[in-house]
Design a protein around this ligand. Sequence first.
Ligand code: TPP
Length: 938
Amino acid sequence: MRYDRKVMRLDEFQGVNAGYVLELYERYQQNPESVDLETRKAFESWTPPSTDAALAQPVLGYPNIQKIVGAATLADAVRRYGHLAARIDPLGSEPIGDPLLSPGAHGIADADLQALPASLVGGPVAESSANAFEAIETLRRIYCSTIGFDYAHMFVPDERDWLRHAAESGRFLPPMDPNSVEAVLDRITQVEVFERFLHRTFPGKTRFSVEGIDMLVPILDEIICGAADHGARHAVLGMAHRGRLNVLAHVLDKPYAQILAEFKDPVAAKSFRTDLGRTGDVKYHSGARTAAPRGQMYVTLAPNPSHLEAVDPVVVGMARAAGTRADQRGAVHFDGAITLPILIHGDVAFPGQGAVAETLNLSRLAGYDTGGTIHIIANNQLGFTATPAESYSTSYASGLARGFKIPIVHVNADDPVACLEAARLAWEYRARFGLDFLIDLVGYRRYGHNEGDEPSFTQPEIYKTISSHPTVREIWARTLVEKGSIPADLPDSLVKKHFEVLETTYASLTPEQEYVPPPPPQPPPGTAGQVTTGVALDRLREINDALLTRPQGFAFHRKLERGLEKRKNAFINPSERSIDWATAEQIALATILADGIPIRMTGEDVERGTFSHRHAVFHDANTGKRLIPLQEFPQARAAFEIHNSPLTENAAVGFEFGYNVQEPRRLVIWEAQYGDFINGAQVMLDQFVTSGRAKWGLTPSLVCLLPHGYEGQGPEHSSARPERFLEAAADINLRLVNCTTAAQYFHLLRRQAALLERDPLPLFVLTPKGLLRHPAVASTPQELEQGRFLSVIDDEEARGRASAITRVVLCSGKVYVDLISSERRTAANTIAICRVEQLYPFPTIALNELLGRYPSVRDVVWLQEEPENMGAWEFMRPLLDELIGDRCPLRYIGRVRSSSPAEGSAAWHHLNQKALVEQAFDLGSHASEPSLVLSKQV
Ligand SMILES: Cc1ncc(C[n+]2csc(CCOP(=O)(O)OP(=O)(O)O)c2C)c(N)n1
């Protein structure tokens, strides 16, 4: 081809095209090698217009430049928008396409392309094509076939180029040798036959069949084995109901016998032990772990509640824990290469449920990233009865992932080759970049939402198509037979083989066999009470000094100096009330680390502490450099990590729960900004933290610190809603504590750490806000040395005159300080103010002993700050009633029933708080006053 020297008129190339030519030319000028040979030749003889005058030059006209640009922009459009024309729907719906995918939109025709070199199109396809037309056709086969590469949203050129090359080189296409293709056929036959067998044997029983997206199982095989080849050692899977039984059977190797026994149900039901507080769960929610590694990799499927996508943060938390080493002093070491989280989402749940966005938002954050999570949308194009148009505003179900710069591959679930290519691409990308990847596996749902559901009530047309649509096994078998890759009778013999395995297993089930795993053993009664948590004073001093050691040249913020100085002297006098809440916490954590137990602590602004009291991380005032004393002190024998979390409660609590159950020997602490906000994580609490034991035999020990207390800060900054935890409390499934001194907090944290293995339970602590620095909350060093956690604290002053006490006021938390600070306290010498520090497990023995010390008591009061329908009252009432028996009446003092937890006005709050205290000391008439505080006998 010859190129004459010409002056091109810029307006010959409209908009993008003109810019594109000039950009190419600029690149060429800087480095002629940066453009391909043909373009280089063209530019050698071309003078670009540099001024408006040049634009006004007559057109000498050389059409090839326009065509060259057209070919290049067409190639670009196919790469960017080809997925819009890809045939990814097995049911054959027309793809929406895009006008830019036709040559006409770029001012060229097929004949022009045939006259242009393939190099204009670039990439690997250029090498095997005779001209641009052929190269574009090959690009179309790649980008617009049964796979849609959706990666134009990637911002990092390296990632984009890698994906482009991966797609166009075809280097991740699966092997097509006879053994490999037969192995795929065998696998999808196994998957299909399993569902058909269940369908036939248990007609109408819910199993949420995988049929329509059967390729999910071979995709998982490919990802897991591929990642294992890259050195991964543990895959953690999370998925909802759809296809779960199939994945349990074939990816987790859950024995057919167990699955079939669970279907028979009555056999299993006999073996449940209701006396142990175990409810179990439906069969399509349970988790499992492979007994033997698959491809040198252990696979775990997290148990899953019905709440769609709630398992997502749990799984990434588990994977993070599995990849984290924390057994040495200092920071933790995370290696994403050894652990692989895989999340299987529903196509309607993925865009609809906020947990997904919250989980994706964790993916690149320090302390949360997993080295890449592989997401698969099990896209059956329906959600129960809802259509995509009713379910999401994004173009694809996967749209949300674009914002997080996650590459997306849409793939037709009826094409095994395309599906396996997508799977190989996923793990290779993850191995290369350590980032998330998403496969949108587009199939259909052969039956209704469940197998008892009639789908044609709502989707008559789709189900007409589905009823005559062949299965992927049939399609693949036919393809292979037609190609002569397998003998014609092989498909049927494989079906027969897999049916026989299931039939034999079913026939050999023994009704008596125990298929249900036993519940976790309960620790011996009193285990928690026997833990020693005191630490010798010398040791406390040594550790405190070490924590306060200043690294050479580190400039602490001026305003923190006084606090540091105070802390330095905190352990000098054993009987001085010099230990405040933050000191107690830091020294407790330090002693736990010195005992060799790693700690992970997260929450919004947790490094400094919402109330500016913690300062677990210092920032050099001049350089901003970070200093974390708990990672530095020499006595530590385990790692400490602390991270400010993103602004989430749901995913944050889910993540920490997952981390905790995966690595139960580490102390995992999450702190709410204010306790109220934990209700943003209500699904995680209800579905995982408090019921995981009864449903799935899990033994979490997550600690949640929840700032709580009525201080006039309004309805959302007062209550951590203890009533919610008490409502969920049963069968010893959690600990709820509202402790009032720094020493109690110290012993509580140490006790929790000591019980991680012996008696693990989630711990919810209602922590102070205003009281963090209050003298009444401060403790002495001696109390850290000699004490232990007390579930109930008697009134020491009243005990000296026990026989004169006529009223015992029981309360919990900050309101105790309001009571003892009242001027009426001194005069009220017949009243004992006692603290219930642990609300659950209810301290029956300790309270009984306490009441027994006051023989003249005439009424026992439960006093709380919260409204009557909140706080601990409704939980306490029957228990206290039983405990008190007919000794005396039980009285309630607290705010009246209310829909809102607290007053919006500080003045109003103070009035009510004052009324509370007055009524506690009022031994006269108990008639309720016209106030929002209620005193009543019950
Ligand atoms: C949080 C939540 N809301 C509602 C439901 C009830 N529900 C169960 S399945 C389903 C449809 C899910 O559709 P999709 O995500 O596409 O998964 P599919 O069942 O089609 O596999 C709904 C609404 C639920 N399980 N969880």
